[in-house]
Ligand binder design. Structure first.
Ligand SMILES: [Zn+2]
Length: 168
């Protein structure tokens, strides 16, 4: 799922949960709930694998959507508490960074492999990261249905717009 959709989910939650720790936990859990929905990432992943530089394009689109979403939200809610907003967004996107972190730490060809040499030695960090990555992957496969890339993109857009309408 695009990080923009998770971000939007977190921001929607921040409209209802105003206590920072509670907001972090609910936003964090919302990530897995949203990932359960089949969302067509498999096709995008294969498309990126054919030409790894495409990842930059996907990331650029994702970050642009996040910037537009947050800007629109702040425009419509100028009184919003930015600290709570950050907590919500951080919680909502963290699971993907944890999963990606495991990949970067353990994959020799990954761009940040060298950066994480100190973590690689610590099973205390690596073991839970591995467990998390496996859980995150299993959650994606809950329904084991692969929808087409276009259907997935459309579905993610619908979620993004719906979260936007509900939170603004
Ligand atoms: Zn995820």
């Amino acid at each position: 799922m695009f990080l923009a959709v998770h971000t939007a989910g977190g921001i929607l939650i921040s409209q209802y949960v105003k206590q920072p720790i509670g907001l972090f936990v609910v936003s964090f859990l919302s990530h897995y709930l949203i990932d359960i929905i089949p969302h067509g990432d498999e096709g995008i992943d294969r498309w990126i694998k054919k030409k790894p530089s495409r990842l930059l394009l996907v990331e650029a689109i994702d970050i642009s959507l996040i910037i537009v979403f947050i800007s629109l939200f702040l425009h419509n809610n100028p009184q919003a508490n930015t600290m709570l907003l950050l907590v919500a967004v951080f919680g909502a996107v963290l699971p993907d960074f944890l999963a990606e972190g495991y990949y970067q730490i353990t994959t020799r060809s990954a761009p940040f492999y060298r950066l994480f040499f100190f973590i690689r030695k610590s099973n205390l960090i690596l073991a839970p990261l591995y467990q998390h990555k496996a859980l995150h992957h299993r959650i994606h496969k809950t329904f084991n249905i692969e929808i087409s890339t276009y259907a997935g993109l459309l579905l993610q857009l619908v979620f993004l717009v719906a979260f936007g309408i509900l939170s603004m």
